[in-house]
Ligand binder design. Sequence first.
Ligand SMILES: [Zn+2]
Length: 359
Amino acid sequence: MRLVLLAALVVAGSARAQDVPDKPPEDVPADNRFDPGRMQSSLVVPRTAVARFRFPAIDVHSHDYVETPAAVAEWVKLQERVGVARTFVLTGETGGAFQALVAKYAGAYPGRFVMFSGFTTEGIDAPDYGERLRAGLRADVAAGAHGMGELSDKGLGLVRVGDKAYFIDDPRFDPLWDEAGKLHVPVFVHVAEPAAFYEPPDEKNDLRRSANWSLYGKGTPGFQAMLEKFERVLSKHPGTQFVAVHSFNLTNDLGAIAALLRRHPNVDVDFAARMWELARQPFTARKFFLEHADRILFGTDNDPAPAMYLAHVRQMETQDEWFWPADAEWWRGYGLGLPDGVLKKVYRENALKLLARRR
Ligand SMILES: [Zn+2]
């Protein structure tokens, strides 16, 4: 209540905009008496009124989140209201299923939605699999795909047949990466999960609130091995442009991400659904954004909602303190207060460059 009052004061002095409350985590186990979602902050600090992105933003990490044409229309209206100019829909679908999603989004709103496809997993051991992967990608691109995504290997395989995992560096997938390079379309890859998800989700684990995502004891090769697998792909296909979504799931160690970016010029990163990790290291994160402004894409990976978009605005553009970032873990955090030049690149220019590679 106090924050809202204070916000009203701040608003009075600047642009008139309604404040949107932060969203604390709600899914804390019932027997957990340390409940950050219910704990109120007694900190009194200024809070910026945020209403829309400072520059027309391109959200490069979204999905088929809504059901009906009416809901798609609502989503478009919301994007216009908060200043999202374009949204990449990572469908992971191929063939007819992909074409249906093209019609639903990009077909209905050309220029507003940018579509990304998947690949077939059928007959993965057949000798013609590689050729079918190539042909499938060519067909999806002809049907409106601007690239592939989101392709995920969290440690259980990029493709899994029964108990057999076909990991991302399996040579069966080489034709796919190669064809994407030939077509000049980017590939959005989700590799691994945060390293904490491979550890026991006990009281020492600082991501244990998200234990529903835990991969502990699931028979994966582990975080480091998964990262090495993806690096092998990046090295083997230098002519193919990749996007490591969730920044390689290494957002707890931005120095390690910087080293990966230096080693592999053919990969960009997004911080979709990992803003909470940046929120607790605002100084290190700001430095990272300034140093790697050409390699970072803006993405949300979240159901469309005003509070979700504006949480990103607050974190990217202001130096507000101790607010709940999008997808908060148990901690609040701090804004990055990024300069306009960096915001323009991250919100927009880097995504446009990615799309312009296609000839
Ligand atoms: Zn995603």
